[in-house]
Design a binder for this molecule. Structure first.
Ligand code: LLP
Length: 428
């Protein structure tokens, strides 16, 4: 049996009636739910913090497009002078369309196709972050065919535990990313055999949502030692890309993110004396806390063992809880003085994994109540799908009391566009 609703004391949960000066109740009434809302001011503030922390260094921020690839977000990054870290031709196209200059674009990822390498060369991107010898050869081949010169950094796998969720750790030897220092050493020793690749950079990215400076320090010291070794061996290093990974606060009173200034200090110390260009690839840090997912309570279901709060948002809109057991603070939009209740907060998708939170305490809810799932500006909309044939949610940018729709809600027609019945049969 479900325990009867306890009319206990009000929760300590802070409601979120507005964001960036915009009334969220009015916004949801106008645009419907589920709705992603991003604060432009909050994003600009994060950019400013990171830029201030890096003052005096020759450092370029290459925003990790995958975190939130909406063109309006990318345009905001472009306007602030940022570059981009891309992992596909699609992200390249988005970054260029948003006005990010190609000489501030770096291309990471273990599976770049020849077509993607060609498109990046044609665009004139700053660097390829190369993840395998086979890829290095592919870049040489594609660049030769185009009579172009590619600039490349080797992505070092420093075998460091990022102390984060296993699915977003990338810097252990067992992970698919980067190559060992021993292998990178061989690449540099033979780099003059490359006619169309200028191999003169180092790259490292050990994982995401990192809340501790130790793994960053460890990884950067390994990279720094290698940079010094390379310089002594006569291989100048023009750039060091320190990746992304800075964690954010998903759970108030629980997560303690690293301060930008402390992170920058680790970079300054580890790479002291480095005279080349520094690149950083922050994604989450810039946008996660600048986003909320607005969703309405559809109904309350009293199960035999649990009380379920069924929302109109689901795992297709926000995958992080089901993929990584990620915590997101969930708060009411209206200020409620009501008593507290404990809910399992779920979506309508037909999977038990469609659960945003278990045993979460909220002010007692009623159907129609508006909730804000916080910290959803990164890896929310960009990872959404139409699973269960649920159209993609709308997205809106907020800025000092005003809003602009930056993605309209997908229509059912748009959702099935491109599909067709099997009529024109052929043999390959
Ligand atoms: N650079 C590279 C090469 C990356 O692979 C990533 C993220 C970043 C930069 C940006 O990392 P950030 O600063 O955002 O931590 N979907 C997962 C996160 C996957 C991250 C993938 N790579 C999540 O929702 O937690």
């Amino acid at each position: 049996m479900t325990t009867p609703l306890k009319h206990g004391p009000p929760t300590a949960i802070e409601p979120q009636p507005s964001f960036d000066g915009v009334d969220l109740q009015a916004l949801a009434a106008r645009l419907g739910t589920p709705l992603y809302a991003y604060s432009a001011s909050a994003i600009r503030q994060r950019i400013g913090e990171l830029q201030a922390a890096l003052a005096g260094l020759d450092a370029t921020l290459c925003y990790a497009v995958k975190a939130n690839s909406n063109r309006a977000i990318l345009a905001l990054m472009a306007a602030a002078g940022l570059g981009a870290d891309i992992v596909s031709a699609g992200e390249l196209q988005r970054a260029l369309a948003a006005g990010i200059p190609p000489d501030r674009i770096v291309f990471s990822g273990v599976g770049k196709t020849d077509e993607e390498i060609g498109a990046a060369l044609a665009a004139g991107i700053a660097r390829f972050n190369v993840e395998s010898l086979d890829e290095l050869h592919a870049i040489e081949r594609v660049a030769q065919a185009r009579q172009a010169m590619a600039r490349a950094a080797v992505r070092i796998n420093p075998d460091v535990d990022a102390l984060t969720h296993a699915k977003i750790s990338t810097g252990r030897a067992e992970n698919k990313f980067g190559v060992s220092i021993a292998e990178a050493r061989r690449w540099f020793a033979e780099r003059r055999q490359l006619q169309h690749v200028q191999l003169d950079g180092l790259h490292v990215h050990i994982g995401s949502q990192i809340l501790d400076l130790t793994p960053f320090r460890l990884a950067l010291h390994r990279v720094a030692a290698f940079w010094r070794e390379l310089e002594q061996a006569g291989h100048p290093v023009a750039s060091i890309d320190v990746g992304g990974g800075l964690g954010v606060r998903y759970r108030a009173g629980h997560d303690t993110p690293v301060a930008a200034a402390d992170y920058a200090q680790v970079i300054r110390e580890a790479l002291a004396g480095f005279g080349g260009r520094l690149l950083l690839e922050p994604g989450r840090y810039l946008v996660a806390e600048a986003g909320v997912l607005l969703t309405r309570v559809l109904r309350i279901k009293e199960g035999t063992e649990r009380r379920f709060l069924v929302l109109d948002a689901a795992m297709n809109d926000l995958q992080r809880p089901s993929l990584y057991d990620a915590w997101h603070d969930i708060v009411p939009v209206a200020s409620t003085e009501g008593p507290a209740a404990t809910y399992d907060i779920v979506g309508p998708v037909c999977e038990t994994g469609d659960t945003f939170a278990r045993a979460r305490v909220l002010p007692e809810c009623r159907p129609g109540d508006l909730l804000a799932i916080q910290g959803t500006g990164a890896y929310g909309a960009s990872m959404a799908s139409t699973y269960n044939s649920r159209p993609l949610a709308a997205e809106v940018l907020l800025d000092h009391g005003r809003y602009a729709v930056i993605r309209r809600r997908q229509t059912l027609e748009e959702m099935v566009a491109g599909e067709q019945s099997a009529q024109d049969w052929a043999t390959p």
